[in-house]
Design a protein around this ligand. Sequence first.
Ligand SMILES: Nc1ncnc2c1ncn2[C@@H]1O[C@H](COP(=O)(O)OP(=O)(O)OP(=O)(O)O)[C@@H](O)[C@H]1O
Ligand SMILES: O=P(O)(O)OC[C@H]1O[C@H](OP(=O)(O)OP(=O)(O)O)[C@H](O)[C@@H]1O
Length: 214
Amino acid sequence: MSIVLALPKGRILDEAGPLLARAGIAPAADYADESSRRLRFPTNHPELDVIRVRSFDVATFVAFGGAQIGICGGDVLMEFDYQEIYAPLDLGIGHCRISVAEPKDDVHTNFASLSRIRVASKYPNLAKKHFAAKGIQAEVVELNGSMELAPGLGLSRLIVDLVQTGSTLKANGLVETDVIAHVSSRLIVNRIALKTRPDEVNFWIESFRKALAA
Ligand SMILES: Nc1ncnc2c1ncn2[C@@H]1O[C@H](COP(=O)(O)OP(=O)(O)OP(=O)(O)O)[C@@H](O)[C@H]1O
Ligand SMILES: O=P(O)(O)OC[C@H]1O[C@H](OP(=O)(O)OP(=O)(O)O)[C@H](O)[C@@H]1O
């Protein structure tokens, strides 16, 4: 049975390309071509296939053992907190932060005076946990993108989303008021696969470790 490496579509896939090459992994040429309808690709290693899935789904495929290893944003790992996943390596790609942002004309919400707040986010668990620590119950309006529109259109008081350059916030009249966590992408493995197929899984962990050191 092949080892399956789950890769996220989009920006991380682009950044992961050189790392895969340094780890000696050459997937079939169309693996990064998002117009291709193929989702599973052979590699130059007969015993290794890659799959291309949505970034949130990388964690789910690995947690449920459909893929033994994967590349996944720390934001996704924090949101799901799957006990089945072990994340041994910081891959140093996909750097951003998960932050609270508020409309620039209405900043510095007096959290001490609030017991509830409405928040737009695709990270309901992280957002709720962050505000619960301040004694505030967050009601999360779940969106999958373009969160920055929510306060201006009355969906929420503020947002919890990823920030890198800050240009999306700025272009939409928001300011970052709290950093919840710094994020980068990690190599993740299924804990059971690590126990049942240690030689194969450790071989790939070590290949990525060497690729990072190269
Ligand atoms: N602006 C950014 N800068 C750096 N890394 C980012 C940025 N936005 C997202 N990321 C990282 O890349 C991962 C994938 O984000 P991306 O925006 O490519 O996918 P998505 O649009 O959230 O996914 P999907 O298309 O499946 O909804 C995130 O989980 C995060 O770890
Ligand atoms: O601080 P910046 O450099 O502007 O980056 C932050 C933006 O990047 C991500 O969105 P993405 O581009 O993935 O679009 P999305 O709304 O489809 O998730 C994130 O959700 C922010 O909107």
